[in-house]
Design a protein around this ligand. Structure first.
Ligand code: NAD
Length: 696
């Protein structure tokens, strides 16, 4: 219970509040400050139902008090408000009537803030996400800090829903439809400076200047100098304020982009576009549509799947995977191989403040890795998530070495191997490595396809060895699969888990090792059967990709093969075929897919697609002639049959992984496939709701 009382107001009010605290502004008693703090037991401020109820009651109290201004801020460091409580949202989603009631309540509060007769300013230092950002956008002005924890984002579509606290209506009014959709559908996160630049915030200042700037914004708003105060459509930015045409073009472009990316497998981004389209109508009409569209999303199976994935992710991150065994985060990492994976892992390590020695036989990849790391650090400074001093400190954590001499790795207590996928090469390198490192140092292999025990066969100290499988690109892929060999000690696994957590990744510890671990075992089988459909049944590969993408695979099997590169992907396929001959179509064994050095997929600009940078711009039809493929059986029925066969082969493989005890938890298999291969997050993976019936 807290009270506010001060001289300027005649009434002495009492408001029972647990989470909000209303005070007179000590600098100006005619103004008031409303502070949100969920208490010491909560790390972040969340907009729970009770928090909203208290806010609602407070806004009613404030009508009577009629202060000169109100500043809303957080009482916790580094968080303004992290949005709704997903667990509570999940409860609400179970009942459509509850969804409507919650949204009406939220919209009612939003309108009370917007219609307040005094200026309401949000003072934002730290995370301002989801419902937190929507609350801030309901205010008449927002002041952000340049604290690098300050971040603005609307992550709702990643949960299969749309912003429901007015965000689809208030955001385009502030930043225009294009930017709004970048934030809502593109999951773009803005820092304080970026928010101020695009109009989401009215100013970006140092944390110590936050409150004085918020008072100033309240003052200019009260004086009528802040044109945003009236929220009139004039605030709509060009080009969509040019009657309809510009906006229509932007919305059409956004729609095409979503359809290209998701093939319609995820409805929420499409609903978000529909809601943003309504933002040029009155706010009341826009909010009514937002409620309707939110409810449609909330009832969708995709929202149920995506929220469930959210909780699986949380479970994997917080789970005690190895009860009773604890280990410290490695003090120094030795990274062998400075190619695609080695450079990515080295960057991830120094970003987490872990020193790294990056070693490669050749100077050229090391040079490229250093450029890559420099570029990443530079970008981090530019977008404000690191200061220049921090970037310099991280840069100092990186040492490099080249040649055959591995002595630079001698004092590393954890060595990660990412040299080419060649059994003899890896074994030989381990033998050299064991000569220089301590017997206690861990050696973790990033192998894509070998049975980890096969790689460890000639090691002197087998207890130190395990598999730690990262995904490409390391900076964005969340998953790390970990597998013990028969000889791995629990301490080795515990240390690998500790490192995974320190890198901010999601660990999945297999119950038993196998070639390809979980993700590649399923993904590569799918790619092999896709090639078989082209090779033997003459089905159009691009239509197969499209059909799989429509089903919810982020990238069809041929596009994935292009992305990985034929040299690596096809090689891995053949290694896996050796381990699991019964699961693979033998027709694909003899395709000379990795022979033409100019036709290896994305890295050479040509594969099954023509690539421009990161994008597969169009099918590369020439590949058919090159390999003598015909695509004469490509009716819808043929393509659907091919898709079903791929789904069957992948689901069967995933099920085998569970049934044979490789990973006993179907949930963790699904999570691995979703995070490691972007497979069917819209359907919550393959095993909870199998897309096809598997007979024995
Ligand atoms: N690329 C991927 O998508 C991906 C994903 C997960 C795992 N992997 C696995 O990671 C490993 C590395 O893959 P990559 O894509 O980074 O390969 P890459 O070809 O890009 O890099 C390998 C590097 O190892 C160096 N090298 C070769 N022999 C060496 C030795 N004896 N000592 C030190 N360095 C040596 C090479 O010069 C090269 O720079 C492979 O086992 C691969 O299967 C790759």
């Amino acid at each position: 219970m807290c009270y506010f009382k001060f001289g300027t107001f005649t009434e002495k009010e009492e408001v029972g509040m647990e989470f909000w605290k209303l005070d007179a502004d000590p600098e100006d008693a005619r103004g008031m400050i409303l502070t949100l703090d969920l208490g010491p037991q909560e790390k972040k401020n969340l907009l729970r139902r009770k928090v909203l109820e208290e806010l609602d009651a407070t806004m009613d109290q404030l009508v009577k008090l009629s202060p000169d201004y109100l500043i809303i801020r957080s009482g916790k460091p580094n968080t303004f408000c992290a949005g709704a409580d997903v667990e509570e949202i999940l409860e609400v989603l179970k009942n459509p009537a509850d969804v409507d009631a919650l949204l009406r309540k939220a919209h009612g509060i939003l309108m009370k803030i917007r219609n307040a007769t005094y200026p309401v300013v949000a003072a934002i230092d730290g995370e301002c996400l989801g419902g937190g950002l929507e609350l801030a956008m309901a205010c008449h002005a927002r002041v952000a800090t340049n604290n690098r924890k300050t971040a603005f984002a609307l992550p709702e579509t990643s949960l299969g829903i749309i912003p429901g606290f007015g965000g689809t209506q208030t955001l385009p009014r502030l930043v225009g439809a294009r930017k709004a959709l970048e934030i809502i559908n593109g999951q773009k996160k803005l820092n304080g400076a970026e928010a101020a630049k695009c109009g989401l915030a009215d100013a970006c200042v140092k944390p110590e200047e936050l409150m004085s700037e918020a008072r100033w914004k309240a003052y200019v708003t009260q004086k009528g100098w802040n044109e945003r105060f009236d929220h009139k459509p004039k605030n709509l930015r060009l080009p969509e304020s040019i009657p309809c045409v510009g906006k229509r073009l932007i919305l059409r472009g956004a729609l095409q982009e979503v359809l290209k990316k998701t093939k319609g497998a995820y409805p929420a981004p499409l609903k978000a576009i529909e809601a943003v389209r309504a933002s040029s109508k009155s706010i009341e009409k826009g909010l009514a549509l937002e409620r309707k569209l939110f409810a449609e999303c909330a009832n969708s199976p995709e929202a149920k799947s995506l929220t469930s994935v959210f909780f699986l992710d949380k479970e994997a991150r917080s789970k005690d995977w190895l009860p009773g065994v604890k280990a410290e985060v490695p003090k120094k990492i030795g990274m062998i191989g400075a190619g695609i994976m080695g450079s990515g892992i080295a960057y991830a390590a120094i970003s987490s403040n872990i020193p790294v020695v990056l070693h490669d036989t050749f100077p050229d990849p090391v040079g490229k890795a250093v450029i890559f790391i420099e570029t990443m650090l530079g970008k981090a400074v530019k977008i404000g998530i690191m200061t220049a001093e921090e970037a310099a400190a991280k840069r100092r954590l990186l040492k490099v070495s080249t040649g055959d001499d591995l002595s630079a790795l001698a004092d590393a207590d954890f060595v990660i191997e990412a040299v080419p996928e060649d059994l003899q090469l890896k074994r030989k390198m381990f033998a050299e490595l064991e000569k220089v490192i301590s017997p206690k140092a861990v050696i973790a292999t990033n192998t894509s396809s070998f049975l980890p025990s096969d790689l460890a066969a000639e090691l002197q100290y087998k207890d130190r060895f395990c598999a730690m499988h990262f995904f490409n690109p390391v900076r964005t892929m969340k998953l790390i699969e970990i597998a013990a060999t028969q000889g791995s000690s629990p301490e080795t696994i515990a240390k690998t888990l500790a490192l995974t957590k320190a890198l901010g990744k999601v660990p999945v510890l297999l119950d038993q090792e196998c070639p390809g671990l979980i993700v590649n075992r399923v993904l590569v089988t799918g790619m092999a059967w896709a090639l078989d459909q082209l090779q033997t049944l003459k089905i159009d590969p691009w239509k197969i990709d499209e059909a799989m993408e429509k089903f919810g695979m982020a990238m069809g099997p041929f596009k994935t093969l292009d992305l990985v590169g034929f040299d690596i992907g096809y090689h891995v396929m053949k290694v896996m075929m050796g381990y699991y001959p019964q699961d693979y179509p033998q027709s694909v064994a003899g395709i000379p897919l990795n022979k033409d050095k100019n036709l290896l997929g994305k890295k050479t600009g040509k594969g099954f697609y023509i690539w421009k940078g990161e994008e597969a711009v169009k099918p590369n039809k020439a590949i058919l002639e090159k390999f003598g493929w015909k695509t004469e059986c490509s009716s819808n029925d043929d393509v659907n049959a091919a898709r079903n066969l791929l789904l069957l082969s992948m689901t069967r493989e995933a099920k085998k992984i569970v049934d044979t005890g490789v990973c006993k938890s179907p949930d963790m298999v699904d999570l691995s496939l979703i995070h490691g291969a972007m497979l069917f997050a819209n359907r919550r993976g393959l095993l909870l709701n199998p897309p096809v019936t598997i007979t024995a």
